[in-house]
Design a protein around this ligand. Structure first.
Ligand SMILES: *[C@@H]1O[C@H](CO)[C@@H](O)[C@H](O)[C@H]1NC(C)=O
Ligand SMILES: *[C@@H]1O[C@H](CO)[C@@H](O)[C@H](O)[C@H]1NC(C)=O
Length: 233
């Protein structure tokens, strides 16, 4: 049939073509490896996201040459849980590319060239946007606030000059190494109005490689199980 839908051995049911975006081109499950709900397209010199079978739950396209993520690339992918686009050449992501994905939990977009983190659904558990060019205006205001299942937020090797607050109570790991963070507010992590507030989950904060003097804000860590790791400056 010339589409993904018809590819032999995908093991996936035929999607309803009436609501599918354009899915022509080389059958994705011949080009990539489709196993159960996972589609592996690593290291194939791809310059765009291939049309995905509708049942895809995990999509891997690491080490390719993708430059842009379009709004249509993941449209109607209602089962997608994980997208891994590590080490591509992505400079822009459509603002609406991921927001409509009801099951998305993990986005790995490390080692690209994005300056903006697009809006993400509240279902996120892991966001890894390390090694990009995300600066001061690259993260939406209160972007992570409503992600009540967020566990891992990795933003190392970017150009952030602030800690993106508020952070949900679910968060376990916050990696911000090698950014340009120069100061922290005493209420970045803790609640100065409520000294009984304890943020038990957040046990791994990395701020090394930032021009920040953590000794200046001793009150900022009182609710944490561990003091953040930073440089002795
Ligand atoms: C992205 O979408 C635009 C229009 O929406 C289209 O012209 C372009 O070819 C798409 N790019 C890729 C790589 O699919
Ligand atoms: C860091 O802050 C502490 C506490 O304010 C201060 O004693 C120390 O001199 C500062 N270090 C540097 C390098 O500014």
């Amino acid at each position: 049939t010339g589409g993904v839908e018809g590819s032999v051995g995908s093991g996936l049911p035929e999607p309803d073509e009436t609501e599918e975006p354009d899915r022509r081109g080389m059958p994705t499950c011949l080009l990539c490896t489709c196993l159960g709900g996972s589609v592996y397209c690593d290291d194939l010199k791809l310059d765009h996201v291939p049309p995905l079978p509708k049942e895809t739950t995990h999509f891997y396209a690491r080490y390719n040459r993708i430059t842009k993520i379009n709004k249509s690339d993941f449209a109607f992918m209602n089962k997608l849980k994980r997208i891994d686009l590590t080490a591509n050449e992505i400079t822009s992501i459509d603002e609406k590319a991921f927001i409509g994905l009801p099951e998305l939990e993990e986005l790995v977009i490390r080692e690209n060239h994005i300056s903006q983190l697009p809006a993400l659904p509240e279902t996120m558990a892991l966001i890894d946007a390390s090694h990009n060019n995300i600066g001061t205006k690259g993260i939406h205001k209160e972007a992570f606030k409503d992600m009540t299942s967020l566990l891992y937020l990795y933003l190392t090797d970017n150009n952030l000059d602030y800690i993106p607050v508020p952070l949900p109570d679910s968060l376990r790991s916050l990696h911000l190494q090698r950014n340009n963070i120069q100061m922290m507010h005493e209420d970045t992590f803790c609640n100065l109005k409520d000294f009984n507030y304890i943020r038990n989950a957040l046990e791994d904060i990395r701020l090394d490689g930032n021009p920040i003097n953590l000794s200046r804000t001793p009150q900022a860590y009182i609710c944490l199980p561990r003091i953040p790791i930073g440089d002795l400056i």
